[in-house]
Ligand binder design. Structure first.
Ligand code: BGC
Length: 425
């Protein structure tokens, strides 16, 4: 049987994010958002996976599977609980987490800001506040000074496109729940500036750092009628951030699915018109994008299946996005920082991993400089507004007892990681 061999030194990992797994992140905007009436949140994060206390066992478990990398995030709301007051005890905590990762033989991939903001920054406008970018950079410098000698891979901001879209025009999934194009544009500019300043801070604090953003990238499909809207969305959700990554050390690619966009002829004409006339766009487009955000479940191509999230089950979407990044930013290192599936059937997850890796391998063979594959997620966790119903974990977590159960997919990915190769089906 032919085997697909991955490059030497390839990173094989699993990912988490602080707010989704640590528990009791009660100084953050998300904590408040989960409690605010009228938001679409179906659960509260509460104790999450208690990873804040259980990280030693979780880290040991991931390493025992054969993985050689762990991506996790540092929580800004914990490290800087009040504007300008840094908590050394929390920095010690993240140093201890990082020590555990390194001692277990894994490469840490550390995200500085994974969606949640400290309450004090959110109260001043979140990504609309002119000082948020500089505040992020100051916090980043503290963290990198604390952990820098142990960490090479730094992700400044996780999926800035999702933050800007979900929080400032989509109104549905993310705080602060704004709904206008102007806020979307301003938040986008704030996130890009935050990344730029954080990148400088990371580099000044650690000369050996490799820093970048992680990008939510979709495989888009459309007919001629849908194309103008797709291009408009992709420009705002993806390309502005990829352009802002030109000076980064790597691009973090996070791909979950393919989205197919179709409009009837009347809607397509109206939209094409609106896209050309800015004042009209400001009126017409927010409801359209809100509707799109509200139903991430557009009609699927014939024969396609959905995941628990309602997405098209499409592991190969990863190849389309990696190919696009390799074309837009030639020679730039690519790290797959997330790829995963919410499913109750772990056999689906195994098939998803295999199909995704086969497609990824073809891109590597075609020359894409991919340095690693990090699966989302290590644990079943708090899936933001969707709460605890989504099962993304390689490891299941019992909500009542916090007991961890290793799924076959975890052992499967671990075996691929150990071999650095995938049996070709
Ligand atoms: C985010 C994760 C999230 C995952 C699955 C990504 O957008 O970075 O925090 O849980 O997708 O939806």
């Amino acid at each position: 049987m032919a085997e697909l061999v991955f490059p030497d030194g390839f990173l094989w990992g699993a990912a988490t994010a602080a707010h989704q797994v640590e528990g009791d992140n009660d100084g953050s905007d998300w904590w408040d958002w989960e409690r605010r009436p009228g938001t679409p949140c179906v659960d509260r994060s509460d104790l999450a996976c208690d990873h804040y206390r259980r990280y030693p066992e979780d880290v040991a478990l991931l390493a025992s599977l054969g993985l050689n990398a762990y991506r996790y995030s540092v929580e800004w709301a914990r490290v800087e609980p009040e504007a300008g007051r840094f908590d050394e005890g929390q920095l010690d905590h993240y140093r201890a987490v990082t020590d555990a990762v390194v001692a277990a033989g894994m490469t840490p991939v550390v995200t500085l800001n994974h969606f949640s903001l400290p309450r004090w920054a959110a109260a001043r406008g979140g990504w609309l506040w002119s000082e948020t970018p500089a505040r992020l950079a100051r916090y980043a410098e503290r963290v990198v000074r604390a952990l820098g000698d142990r960490v090479t891979w730094w992700c400044t901001i996780n999926e800035p496109g999702s933050v800007a879209f979900g929080g400032y025009v989509g109104a549905l999934n993310f705080p602060p729940g704004r709904t206008d194009l102007r806020s979307w544009e301003r938040a986008t500019a704030g996130l890009i500036e935050g990344h730029r300043l954080a990148l400088l801070a990371v580099r000044s604090a650690s000369p050996t750092a490799r820093a970048g953003m992680t990008h939510q990238l979709l495989e888009w499909a459309s007919d001629a009628r849908g194309r103008p809207f797709v291009e408009w969305m992709r420009r705002r959700n993806e390309d502005v951030f990829l352009e802002a990554a030109a000076d980064d050390d790597f691009v973090g690619v996070q791909t979950y699915t393919r989205v197919t966009v179709r409009f009837n002829p009347v809607a397509a004409t109206a939209l094409r018109l609106a896209l050309r006339v800015p004042p009209l766009a400001a009126r017409v487009l927010p409801p359209v994008v809100r509707r799109a955000a509200a139903s991430p479940t557009p009609p699927l191509p014939p024969g396609a299946r959905r995941t628990q999230m309602g997405y098209e089950l499409r592991p190969e979407a990863l190849a389309a996005t990696v190919r696009r990044v390799a074309r837009l930013l030639p020679g730039k290192d690519i790290l797959v920082t997330e790829h995963g599936i919410a499913t109750a059937d772990d056999a689906d997850r195994i098939a998803f991993i295999d199909a995704g890796l086969r497609a990824l391998h073809a891109e590597i063979a075609a020359g894409a400089p991919v340095r690693g594959y990090i699966h989302w997620s290590a644990l079943d966790n708090f899936e933001w507004a969707y709460g605890y119903r989504m099962q993304f974990g390689l490891v299941a977590v019992d909500r009542a007892t916090q007991a961890r159960t290793v799924r076959p997919s975890a052992r499967h990915l671990g075996a691929i990681a150990r071999a650095n190769r995938l049996p070709d089906a």
